[in-house]
Design a protein. Structure first.
Length: 490
């Protein structure tokens, strides 16, 4: 989808700062469209500089109202018009003033009234908004429509004065509040002068059964909220007084309502405010469920880790009581493998999400393997690269595979004076690679991993092919032996 920059590139005098202002406007102008019950189109003059008359205009944005039917079957974005073909737009551009008193014109099946609003930044008109409404729907407006239109006129004046969109709104409009979810109009003292039916319904859910009009919204909300005012924090009443942009959330046994406060300004003075309400009861309930679920999952991983450590301890005790060296060694190998799985669950039990910080797991795997080596002081470790966070589905078998490969490398080096163990990690797109190398005695002549009776290598090959869906190759020369594992991170 093309951006504003794409449409005006080398055809407009707009600076990056001015284009950014238009992006801010179009990010927030669903509010304007809904309050106006109108389609809005943003026109940028086509000219080389601000001293010359434009040759025409190009539509760079188009928004439809959610409070009424659109008058355009198709977007007009990218459409160009010649200068002089739309006098209202020319008038708004040249006069830097809102053009409202226009005559409706027949457009298809509708009698459409067009009004135009100049977009001003630093006393310069940088674009023009055309507002298109069905004049038939304006003949007998309801009280809701009258209030919405008056508020819209206030906001359009703020565009003219350069005070809308609100500067530094940040996350205030994330997610963007919707007019249809509920609106309350406040006077300069924070007293509600109008409340939409949906706004009244939201307040009744919190327990306010009287008419809100004539009451200070902040005092009403404060009485309904399950909060204890803190001397170091702004109270709910202050936040909903309408003096500044605020986002306040009220929760009690009836539900959770989000309030977005937007001051209305005129010539730099505050003349009132609007408050948009959003019932977020179900959203907050789901968030709490997710928090509870995450805590439960972490507790499960913690208990699995503890159970695996108990199994390891039992096997270790059993190994000490067995006289057969082969059986004792087999049990100790089982202890080592179980410990690798336990490390993954230990990481998951402390993680804030469902991923495994595998580089931390690898640190523990290497430390654990070295502790079991009888000649740890003679070992040199060379480690490069990182793997980052992995899914548990990948992390658990990978931990076992690396444990076996490291153990295998250490066994090969026992017959040498010293041993250098290399651990090299790399990522390329969605493919991960792990290389375990050693400069020990190397592989026996004619070695084939597919036919090797070594249980550890059989485990490695099975996990690599079935769980990691990767490949494993063993390469040996006179200098070193490498086990190269590659697998997709999907």
């Amino acid at each position: 989808m093309a951006s504003i920059e794409d449409y005006v590139k080398e055809r407009s005098a707009l600076s990056p700062i001015q284009i950014h202002r238009l992006r801010e406007l179009t990010a927030d102008w669903q509010l304007l469209s809904d309050l106006s019950f109108a389609d809005l189109i943003l026109w940028v003059p086509l000219r080389k500089n601000f001293k010359s008359w434009p040759t025409g205009y190009i539509a760079v944005a188009h928004i439809r109202p959610t409070t009424s039917a659109t008058l355009f079957a198709h977007d007009v974005i990218g459409k160009e018009i010649a200068y002089g073909s739309r006098p209202h737009i020319d008038h708004a551009l040249a006069g830097a003033e809102i053009v409202r008193d226009t005559q409706p014109e027949q457009v298809g099946e509708h009698l459409v009234k067009e009004e135009t609003i100049p977009v001003i930044l630093d006393e310069t008109v940088i674009a023009v908004i055309s507002r298109h409404r069905d004049s038939e729907l304006m003949r007998q407006p309801s009280r809701l429509e009258l209030n919405y239109r008056e508020i819209a006129h206030n906001l359009y004046r703020m565009i003219l004065e350069g005070t809308f969109p609100y500067p530094d709104a940040g996350s205030l409009f994330d997610p963007t509040p919707r007019v249809g979810d509920g609106l309350i109009r406040l006077d300069v003292n924070g007293v509600a002068s109008y409340a939409s039916p949906n706004a009244k319904s939201a307040l009744s859910r919190l327990g306010w059964m009287s008419d809100i009009e004539g009451h200070k919204l902040g005092d009403v909300a404060q009485s309904l909220a399950n909060v204890r005012p803190d001397a170091h924090e702004e109270t709910v009443a202050f936040g909903l007084a309408g003096k500044s942009m605020k986002r306040v959330e009220i929760e009690n046994i009836g539900g959770t309502i989000d309030f977005t406060v937007l001051p209305l300004l005129q010539s730099g003075d505050r003349i009132g405010a609007i408050v948009l309400l959003n019932n977020v009861t179900e959203l907050r309930r789901r968030e709490r469920e997710l928090v509870t679920k995450d805590a439960t999952i972490r507790e499960i991983h913690h208990r699995v880790k503890n159970n695996l450590q108990t199994v390891s301890a039992l096997l270790r005790l059993q190994a000490r009581r067995i006289d057969d060296p082969g059986a004792s060694a087999a049990l100790n190998e089982a202890v080592r493998r179980i410990a690798s799985i336990a490390l993954v669950h230990e990481t998951l039990s402390s993680s804030r999400d469902s991923s495994v910080a595998f580089d931390d797991v690898l640190d523990s795997l290497v430390s654990h393997a070295l502790e079991l080596s009888p000649r740890m002081s003679e070992l040199t470790i060379e480690r490069t690269g990182l793997l980052g966070s992995l899914e548990p589905r990948i992390a658990t078998p990978l931990a076992l595979v690396i444990t076996e490969l490291i153990h295998n490398a250490l066994e090969h080096g026992l017959a040498t004076e010293g041993l250098t163990l290399g651990i090299h990690l790399s990522t390329s797109g969605s493919e991960l690679s792990v290389t375990i190398s050693d400069d020990g005695v190397g592989l026996p002549e004619g070695f084939d991993i597919a036919t090797s009776p070594n249980l550890g290598l059989q485990i490695v090959r099975t996990l690599t092919e079935n769980e990691l869906r990767g490949t494993l190759s063993l390469i040996s020369d006179e200098n070193e032996t490498k086990a190269i594992l590659t697998f997709p991170n999907v």
